[in-house]
Write a protein that binds this ligand. Structure first.
Ligand code: HEC
Length: 153
């Protein structure tokens, strides 16, 4: 009986911990829902795919897999958290003889940075395949409005 109570308490504590981490996880953009290339992805993941390839892939390679000039971000996002990612993109980084430019003043990057994070995180978590998502999602109206106001149009 005592053992059972102890186990129950431990489970309750674990459930509480899980609830807490699940709540804080909700702060992050939702990852793409599926591992299949043919499955639809969220607007954020699709937008991130597009913006990544417009602004980052020249150095970081197609699909986030790294290039001659910059590291593999599919690997980096296994250890970098959201804040470290943002900090690097906003302020740049130079830990080697290669330079990561600062994008903090570039609206073409900063207005879409959460989308780019969502895309790279989904690639890193293995929930999104290489290549263009097979299905193009519809841009939600509130996203279109937020984008226009961020871009100042
Ligand atoms: C001109 C080339 C270039 C472009 C364009 C570029 N990066 Fe980088 N990036 C680098 C280099 C080089 C590094 C490694 C810097 C170092 O060694 O300190 C890096 C590092 C990073 C890191 C840190 C990786 C780690 O493991 O610490 C992140 C995150 C990152 N870049 C994200 C981006 C994103 C997102 C974009 C597009 C908005 C982008 N980069 C565009 C060159 C680039």
């Amino acid at each position: 009986m005592i053992q059972f109570n102890g186990r129950g308490a431990a489970l309750a504590a674990a459930a509480l911990l899980f609830a807490t981490s699940a709540a804080s996880a909700q702060q992050e953009p939702a990852p793409a829902p599926s591992a299949s290339a043919a499955a639809p992805v969220s607007w954020a993941a699709f937008s991130g795919w597009k913006r990544y390839h417009g602004n980052c892939a020249t150095c970081h390679g197609p699909d986030g897999l790294g290039g001659t000039f910059a590291p593999n971000l599919v690997n980096s996002l296994k250890t970098l958290d959201h804040d470290q990612f943002l900090n690097t993109v906003v302020n740049g980084k130079k830990d080697s003889n290669l330079t990561m430019p600062a994008f903090g003043l570039d609206p073409n990057v900063m207005c879409y940075i959460e989308d780019i994070y969502t895309y790279l995180k989904a690639r890193s978590d293995g929930t999104m395949d290489r290549g263009r998502p097979a299905v193009t999602p519809t841009k939600p109206k509130d996203v279109a409005e937020a984008e226009a106001s961020c871009m100042g149009v």
